[in-house]
Design a protein around this ligand. Structure first.
Ligand SMILES: Cc1cc2nc3c(=O)[nH]c(=O)nc-3n(C[C@H](O)[C@H](O)[C@H](O)COP(=O)(O)OP(=O)(O)OC[C@H]3O[C@@H](n4cnc5c(N)ncnc54)[C@H](O)[C@@H]3O)c2cc1C
Length: 327
């Protein structure tokens, strides 16, 4: 690991100033370290400065009230998994948090770090492979080993976004709050992520250098709302999603009044499924409708040589999630 300066700011403003100072070089924020430290060990990240966000007070709150849930970027996943209000009213979020990695990792990993974590594609993680994500000219998954790659929204990179929390929060219509040297900005979480074809292929988000995720704000679900997160992984003990679905519905007498569906593990960003949502609206949710919505969610899928299995897998997850919410 390359040597670096480790800095413990006492405030958010100080953290941003330390990361954006003219002599900062490559500065990175550290939260739970469950991704960043591995990146540094593997020479994927070689920062000159590591700015520790854990020394900034007040970034770890979880507050439910006033028509919304506010979760600070430093809130750990174990707290999101266990917090009674989150389990009761934002079930998809607590279920997604509970599905991440192992209890040890969840007790260190934070919301902000989970949303900003880097891809898990083996080519990206191998130091020697200079893939498109690392400034190279080629996505080696295309025509290479692509069992775990994207089936939706792929090209010119076929990574899948690894976060479990992101699809759940998109399905719950969350907003993300960012703060940088130029002030604060808020955007729908969905707009935080960018497809490889739409921006800088070496990045997954619109986060600017020196900008901090401060919190995520989730609206209070209306009466009749329910949500869930279903994930399929190869290794049951702990693993990233081969495919996942977050669904949030408002049902009245069994009829779908609003629907938000977001897929995980299948696209370079958390993947909204608007055709599936449209197929559900105003209709009674039964097995036939769940199947129809699942087919609509995967209608645009374009698998590579080794990952067509993700299509029936993801359809099954969508069907199961919808039927679980209908019960
Ligand atoms: C064995 C293993 C299994 C895993 N399994 C899963 C899984 O199943 N599902 C899943 O979703 N994840 C999984 N992960 C990834 C892990 O959950 C995430 O890496 C973790 O949530 C990151 O959080 P952190 O607080 O440790 O982030 P860090 O490692 O501290 O940071 C991660 C990245 O985010 C940036 N960052 C952190 N906080 C902020 C902020 N507030 N503002 C701006 N930038 C920030 C850092 O600079 C860094 O680039 C796994 C990790 C391991 C090691």
């Amino acid at each position: 690991m390359k040597s670096f300066r480790f800095l413990n700011p006492a405030s958010l403003d100080e953290a941003i100033a330390l990361a954006t100072a003219p002599d900062a070089g490559d500065a990175r924020f550290l939260a739970g370290g469950q991704d960043l430290l591995t990146e540094m060990q593997e020479h994927l990240a070689e920062p000159d400065r590591v700015v520790n966000l854990k020394s900034v007070p007040g970034l770890d709150r979880i507050e439910a009230g006033g028509g919304r849930l506010r979760v600070g970027a430093l809130a750990t996943l174990v707290r999101l998994e266990r917090e009674a209000a989150v389990r009761a009213r934002w079930a998809a979020l607590s279920e997604a948090a509970a599905s991440v990695a192992s209890p040890q990792i969840r007790s260190c990993a934070t919301l902000g770090g989970n949303l900003c974590q880097r891809p898990r594609c083996a080519y990206y993680r191998i130091e020697e492979a200079r893939c498109l994500k690392k400034g190279g000219t080629e996505c080696f998954a295309y025509g290479g080993s692509n069992k775990y790659s994207a089936i939706l929204g792929g090209g010119p990179s076929w990574i899948v976004h690894p976060s479990d929390l992101a699809p759940a929060l998109v399905a719950l219509d969350a907003e993300i709050v960012l703060r940088g040297a130029g002030g604060e900005r808020r955007l729908p979480l969905e707009k935080f992520y960018v497809l490889p074809a739409d921006g800088d292929v070496t990045k997954e988000t619109v986060l600017a250098p020196g900008e901090v995720v401060t919190e995520v704000v989730v609206p209070e679900p209306p009466a009749g709302a329910r949500s869930t997160y279903l994930k399929f992984r190869e290794r049951e003990s702990y693993d990233f999603a081969l495919a996942a679905v977050a669904a949030s519905l408002v049902l009245q007498d069994g009829v779908v009044r609003t629907a938000r569906i977001c897929l995980g593990g299948v696209a370079p960003v958390p993947w909204r499924a608007p055709q599936a949502e449209a197929a559900l609206l105003g209709r009674r949710l039964d097995a036939a409708l769940a199947k129809q919505a699942a087919a609509a969610a995967l209608a645009g899928a374009a698998p590579l040589e080794q990952n067509a299995f993700k299509i029936p897998l993801t359809k099954t997850l969508v069907e199961r999630a919808l039927l679980a919410l209908a019960r």
